[in-house]
Design a protein around this ligand. Structure first.
Ligand SMILES: Nc1ncnc2c1ncn2[C@@H]1O[C@H](COP(=O)(O)OP(=O)(O)O)[C@@H](O)[C@H]1O
Ligand SMILES: [Mg+2]
Length: 303
């Protein structure tokens, strides 16, 4: 199943590779998947993406992004692409800048300098309305699950529906039950976060991240704080979500078990050089990377 194309009215945002004369100007309805290849600048679309009869933009494209807190630069000149339905693992040592990059990808920190495109739309130049339209396609599971302790599991999961839709309470209750069943928590609807285990809180966070049927899911250290069985269960669930719903997935992790269970493409962030040191399939990098640091990082795992 393909992720749906985004339809936006675009008064301001730049389209990747758009000819100079088309920038700005009148609002226009834009459907990313129908843009011709002639419009795609090579420098913009360089990542791997579906070979298909229909020209497709990568789902996500990051261009020359600098991540920082004030004057403190965390990473420089970050560029990568991500195709529809792909799983990307962002890996690297503790404190190298993985969670910081995630904050930029979901718009919690404005990008400057650098650009982030979703289906060809420049997220970094988006108006408030465009920001809402693009970010509505996101589902995010933060490291601690980030549930409200004073709300039941069902109320927590229902929050995005209440915020972003005008569905009736009955319809919301049905959707919440459906998503909780998907993660195996249907019997926990009326419990509070403190009444369930850490692993179950993560699953509830996942149900909430999925509630608006996102096109892209972001996970920050999904296995952190979980026992090995719960961690592998969550990894399997993430894979199932990718395969069943075609969701594009970005996972931040330094957990080697997760990296090799999910076995997707990885990009390795390196604190020393403040750059992406490697980009490729996890096992291939472990066995064949020309950089010792990468082979070492990935070799403490045995399968
Ligand atoms: N809010 C913040 N303000 C200033 N520095 C921060 C902040 N959050 C993280 N950092 C610093 O940025 C660097 C990257 O942090 P982070 O992205 O959390 O790393 P990781 O997720 O890879 O462990 C670290 O040196 C960290 O101390
Ligand atoms: Mg982190």
């Amino acid at each position: 199943m393909k992720a749906p194309a985004l339809h936006f009215s675009l008064p301001r945002a730049r389209v990747a590779g758009e000819p100079e004369g088309l920038k700005g100007g009148e609002p226009k309805i834009f459907q990313a998947a129908t843009i011709s290849h002639a419009n795609l600048a090579n420098k913009v679309v360089t990542g791997p993406y579906f070979s298909s009869d229909i020209p497709m933009l990568p789902f996500l494209r990051v261009e020359n992004l600098e991540t920082r807190y004030g004057d403190y630069v965390v990473m420089r000149d970050i560029s990568f692409g991500l195709k529809h339905g792909e799983i990307l693992l962002i890996i690297g040592g503790s404190g190298c800048g993985k969670s910081t990059l995630l904050k930029y990808l979901i718009g919690l920190i404005p990008s400057d300098p650098g650009h982030i495109f979703y289906q060809g739309i420049d997220f970094t130049l988006a108006s408030a309305i465009q920001y809402e339209q693009i970010s509505r396609q996101f589902g995010t599971l933060f490291q601690n699950g980030a549930l409200w302790s004073s709300m039941t599991i069902a109320e927590n999961v229902a929050l995005p529906l209440k915020k972003h839709t005008s569905l009736s309470p009955d319809a919301i209750a049905d959707l919440v039950s459906l998503k909780l069943a998907l993660v195996g928590l249907e019997s926990c609807q009326n419990l509070y976060p403190s009444e369930i285990s850490g692993g179950m809180r993560k699953l509830a966070g996942l149900a909430r991240a999925m509630i608006l049927d996102p096109s892209i899911l972001f996970f920050d250290e999904p296995s952190a704080g979980l026992d090995p069985i719960s961690a592998r269960h969550l990894d399997e669930l993430i894979l199932n979500i990718n395969q069943s719903f075609g969701a594009t997935i970005v996972i931040i992790t330094h957990d080697l078990e997760s990296i090799f269970t999910i076995n997707g493409r990885v990009i390795f962030l390196d604190a020393e050089t403040k750059s992406i040191l490697a980009d490729g399939p996890a096992k291939e990098l472990r066995d064949h990377s020309d950089k010792e640091k990468i082979r070492k990082f990935l070799s403490f795992h045995s399968d």
